[in-house]
Design a protein around this ligand. Structure first.
Ligand code: UN1
Length: 512
């Protein structure tokens, strides 16, 4: 245990059994089987998590419904104080949780720490927000009338999260929902359940120290069948789901079938346009981290590079050179840049995508492949690769959660923008240019169609202060900063008459 995983698990309060379903501080017993969580770093079993059964799910919803009765009338700044304490608890556990995330899903330790930092940041953001949650005041058309709007909590927010950001995405949803007065039920990815157990243990102490009732922050575990309990449940007014477009389509149909709300953050197919006016030092670094960071398993990962003809050869050369310096290996070892994919299924999809792109005419520039031998025993380590391709290829149109970068050439900027937009997804995008006209055209209404559009920054690594999400098959939802909180509340318009008459709107006369 060279990296101190066992000690970290102990300090985080993660056990080997009887954890899986929690109403806050209590762990419920379930009759279901266990999910085993194996590390893609070394292939070893990290621990087991109990799958939530129907009865324990019902208890979770019962407790959540009860807790909402008191939580919704707790003053928002008091709710913010609880979130502030969660932020402090996360600070105290940053290294241990970052390490567990890194070990359980395979991103580098630095990125694991970054993920916990995102959680801390969203707590700070939510604390400030707890004294805001502003509604507007409007002018009534009737004399001695006042009109305004206020934002009320929704109730139970169901959160379904993915393995690639196993803890941060939960915190964006839950910490904002919490200050909004909602209570949360979280179903983490079945590929990273122990990181979720650790988070539950961290918040449980805060809940306990403040004598809060069970049901404010609950955890359930299992595969899509457990998620389905929430998406089909009328008692859950909002389901926020992060993951594949395939999953999102199922969830949103189930939720819409009962006219509930869903908030979706699904696949991306993010491109960087490198123009002839780019600062190539920045462009190469941005593309490199965007394409190989988290081993290509971010929804914001750079999957396509659209490069202007006159700088194409230089970009190709410098990028190939940078790729040759990448060190692949155990994500907890800080000398490595790239860790493993989440599991062997992901490796299969990676290999299949490369093969298929080649069949369609793609030319391999930096060769991929599955790594074997010492240090690679888990079978999940792959080589980041670059393929010269065309935008219309089936594989280029799809999101493969792996470090495969498709390189493409363009001549005119409008063609580059058309290529960038010419995919089913619309999450993140970027342009590398020092030319103001190009940058502004890219950001204009006729420019990028994505939820995120950057200039001289790669496609990944968004800050929590902005609204995060995207268009088209990315699902349209916005999470995290800006006014994303509105998705977790219901708006109420209030008109108050303090006159001695009852004038009707639109001047309608109705006398008897
Ligand atoms: C995700 O991949 O689901 O912008 C989220 C980023 C991170 C979040 C990614 N802050 O890359």
């Amino acid at each position: 245990d060279k990296f101190g995983i066992q000690d970290a698990l102990k300090r985080l309060g993660v056990q080997q059994e009887n954890q899986g379903t929690s109403t806050g501080t209590q762990w419920l017993d379930s009759k279901e089987a266990y999910i085993s969580s194996y590390s893609p770093a070394d292939g070893k079993l990290i621990g087991k998590v109990q799958v939530t059964d129907r009865d324990s799910y019902e208890l979770v919803i019962k407790k959540a419904t009860e807790a909402f009765m008191t939580w919704r009338t707790t003053p928002a700044p008091h709710r913010g104080e609880i979130v502030r304490q969660v932020g402090d608890a996360l600070r105290a556990h940053k290294e241990d949780l970052g390490k567990l995330v890194s070990y359980e899903m395979g991103k580098s330790y630095q990125e694991g720490l970054g993920e916990v930092q995102e959680m801390i940041d969203i707590c700070d953001f939510a604390v400030g927000l707890s004294r805001q949650l502003y509604g507007l005041t409007m002018h009534s058309e009737r004399p001695s009338h006042r009109m305004y709007e206020q934002w009320h909590p929704l109730g139970i927010v169901g959160i379904i999260s993915a393995f690639n950001f196993p803890v941060a995405v939960w915190s964006w949803n839950s910490m904002i929902a919490l200050v909004c007065g909602d209570v949360c039920v979280w179903k983490p990815s079945e590929k990273s359940p122990l990181s979720a157990i650790a988070c539950q243990q961290i918040v449980s102490k805060v809940l306990q120290n403040n004598n809060l009732p069970e049901g404010i922050l609950s955890l359930i575990n299992g595969d899509y069948k457990v998620g389905e309990m929430m998406s089909k449940d009328k008692r859950v007014p909002l389901v926020s789901a992060t993951g594949s477009t395939r999953m999102g389509k199922i969830v949103t149909q189930e939720v819409a079938g009962r006219l509930g709300r869903s908030l979706l953050e699904l696949g991306g197919n993010n491109a960087i346009i490198i123009t002839e006016h780019a600062d190539l030092d920045i462009a190469i670094r941005g593309a490199l981290f965007g394409a190989v960071g988290t081993a290509g398993q971010r929804c914001t990962t750079t999957r396509r590079l659209i490069v202007q003809g006159s700088v194409y050869e230089e970009v190709k050369m410098r990028l190939t050179n940078a790729y040759s310096k990448l060190v692949i290996g155990n994500p907890l070892d800080e000398k490595n840049h790239v860790g493993p994919l989440i599991d062997k299924d992901a490796v299969k999809m990676y290999s299949a995508a490369i093969e298929s792109a080649q069949k369609e005419g793609g030319k391999v520039l930096v060769e991929g492949g599955v790594l074997e031998g010492e240090g690679y025993e888990s079978g999940c380590y792959v080589k980041p690769c670059i393929i010269e391709a065309e935008n219309h290829y089936k594989m280029v149109q799809e999101e493969t959660f792996a470090p495969i970068l498709y390189l493409m050439k363009y001549e005119m900027l409008e063609d580059a923008i058309a290529m960038q937009n010419g995919v089913p997804q619309g999450l993140s995008s970027a342009i590398m240019t020092m030319n103001m006209r190009e940058a502004e055209a890219f950001l204009s209404a006729a420019g990028s169609d994505c939820g995120i559009a950057n200039v001289n920054i790669g496609t990944s690594g968004a800050e929590i202060g902005g609204a995060f999400g995207g268009e088209k098959e990315t699902g349209g939802g916005r999470e995290s900063g800006s006014d994303s909180w509105k998705a977790y509340m219901r708006r109420q318009t209030n008109t108050i008459n303090y006159s001695t008459a009852l004038p009707l709107a639109q001047g309608i006369k109705f006398d008897i």
